[in-house]
Design a protein around this ligand. Structure first.
Ligand SMILES: NC(=O)c1ccc[n+]([C@@H]2O[C@H](COP(=O)([O-])OP(=O)(O)OC[C@H]3O[C@@H](n4cnc5c(N)ncnc54)[C@H](O)[C@@H]3O)[C@@H](O)[C@H]2O)c1
Length: 246
């Protein structure tokens, strides 16, 4: 099995991509810790996983609880950190509250930095790796989605910067850029107000049935976190059915 004996922390595991990733790593033999703000969802995920996951609620907006999550996951060491938690709030920029902008940045970006920072000593010890969740919104501007897109551009920057800084310590850091994924977030209602939806949806998938399932993204997490990707660091991988192909 791909992750036999490996100790893996996965955030955002109460639903969607995080849940699928937790199920995948557990099936591949990993000792998985799952974290999320949604306690009921986490328990449901745990029931779907092989083995005995550690389950820890945390709030990404609360940095002390991010550090506590890492401490729980790394009690016996840590090989892989998968940052998946995130939120989407969108709407016309003219009316977008600065408080909402800052909350999106705090949960999607700053918490990722804090989690990486807390995990790094353990990953240096294990020569482990980090896989972050960026987005196709990391690679282009999207109307009515400025805060989210800014937060995901920043995740790409964190990924590449940490990859350079910790390469000599043999810690790899990569990110996945999903396109539209069939999850609560990926199927959210369009923003309210006076919006031109075609500006948001201008990159249709090119593949037939090109919208991704959470399991499609989990496959990429498993590849990047495994030794199969031992020469891969500082990279951003799109899994988007060809949305950004042109
Ligand atoms: N679905 C898509 O189309 C899509 C596309 C690109 C990137 N992504 C990214 O993938 C990741 C997973 O999203 P998803 O599509 O599975 O959506 P989702 O809403 O199903 O999952 C997001 C998870 O993050 C958790 N979360 C939210 N706020 C939190 C907080 N403060 N503290 C801890 N956990 C919190 C939620 O409880 C939820 O379990 C996110 O980072 C998202 O930005 C999603």
């Amino acid at each position: 099995m791909l992750f036999e004996g490996k100790r893996v922390l996965i955030t955002g595991a109460a639903s969607g991509i995080g849940r699928a990733t937790a199920i995948k790593f557990a099936a591949e033999g990993a000792q998985v810790t799952i974290g999320d703000v949604n306690e009921a969802g986490l328990a449901e995920t745990a029931g779907m996983m092989a083995g005995e996951p550690r389950v820890q609620t945390f709030d990404a907006a609360d940095f002390a609880s991010c550090r506590e999550l890492v401490a729980v996951a790394a009690k016996d060491g840590l090989d892989v950190l998968c940052n998946v938690s995130g939120i989407l709030k969108w709407g016309p920029s003219q009316d977008f509250a600065v408080e909402d902008f800052e909350r999106v940045m705090r949960i999607n970006t700053t918490s990722v930095f804090v989690l990486c920072q807390a995990a790094m000593p353990h990953l240096i010890e294990s020569k482990g790796n980090i896989v972050n969740t960026a987005s196709t919104a990391s690679l282009q501007g999207i109307a009515y989605t400025i805060a989210y897109s800014a937060s995901k551009h920043a995740v790409a920057a964190i990924t590449k910067g940490l990859a350079i800084e910790f390469a000599s310590k043999r810690v790899r850091v990569n990110a996945i850029c999903p396109g539209q994924v069939n999850t609560a977030m990926g199927t959210a209602e369009p923003p309210p107000g006076d919006v031109d939806w075609s500006l948001v949806m201008r990159n249709a998938p090119k593949l037939e049935n090109g919208i991704c399932e959470p399991e499609d993204i989990a496959e990429m997490f498993a590849f990047l976190a495994s030794d199969k990707a031992r020469k891969v660091t500082g990279s951003l991988f799109t899994v988007d059915g060809g949305q950004l192909a042109g």
